[in-house]
Write a protein that binds this ligand. Sequence first.
Ligand code: PLP
Length: 384
Amino acid sequence: MVSSIYMDYSSTTPVDPAVAEAMYPFFSEKYGNPSSLYTKGREAKKAIEEARQEVADLIGARKEEVFFTGSGTESDNLAIKGTAYKNRKKGNHIITSSIEHHAVLNTCKFLEIQGFDVTYLPVSREGLINQDDVENAITGKTILISIMHANNEIGTIQPVREIGKLAKDMGITFHSDAVQTAGKIPLNVDELNVDLLSMSAHKMYGPKGVGALYIRKGIHLEPLLHGGGHERNMRPGTENVPGIVGFGKAAELAKKHLPDEEKLVILRDSLIKGILEIEDSYLNGHATKRLPNNANFRFSFIEGESMILILDMKGVAASTGSACSSASLEPSHVLSALGLKPEEAHGSLRLTLGIGNTQEDVDYVVSVLPGIVGKLRMMSPLAR
Ligand SMILES: *Cc1c(COP(=O)(O)O)cnc(C)c1O
């Protein structure tokens, strides 16, 4: 059965019809290469620049500080490797957290092989990074601090502004992966004290395969790709014009829809209240410092994968751990970092809300879940 209630908006979102509509002409009649000098080329170029302005406006940046990439993953790679390679002579130390998205974690692991030193900061039981830990980790060789704005699994929002201030005072480049917060909560690069900020269109009702990296004026990165002069030499390759146009439209709409996203708190809290009625159920992440659309639970004695499959049969799309790690049986690195035992982490359920969800959806999930958990526990060798 195809799930009719989608509660996995942190994995991806449907493209807003207005976004799709804005994109169409750039597949067909407006197919010009933005680098071409004639009218068709200039038309595409103009559309890219308008999209750049929209994305800049969403985060309080200047248009020239926004660079389009092929994904949130690429933005993270460019921010981290770009800083590391550019500053190799200054130092080789990077500070990040143990709960970053794999796009950050695996980039850092790759850099370790190349001689960089990486500190992976621990988090509290609620998933919060301690600012003192950041401060204590800084050495004379620290060239980059990369801390995500909000976590994609448990939704915990980090004290990015404070960490950014610390980085700024120490003259260290500060990157934040804001893929989960862009379009969900207000973002301002100056208030957050960030030098680099990653975004991805498909997490905010835009198309897949397009991202952006905010690069503060005066911050220099080594590009990862070499080719033509696109994106001011920072990301060569003929631009994904329809994708970028879609991202621009999604950013424009996201600004308008911010109050709706914030209102998801009401649905989220209703979901949390209803689900925590289930015996031996717990909320993962922070009670208040969390994304307005994120609810993440764990249920003792059961497997998250089984829960997802039964929920799917009942028409609900949800996830356990993160979509990337659900293909493996390893417990999610985020839940492990909270100090959960593997058997606790395995019984996790992430429900992430979006624009299409209603109170009826919440009520339905709250009504079917106790039965699912009960049935799985009856079959579980772990249950008493
Ligand atoms: C989805 C996600 C990414 C990766 O973005 P893609 O565009 O899918 O590559 C990176 N970081 C976080 C926090 C995410 O949620």
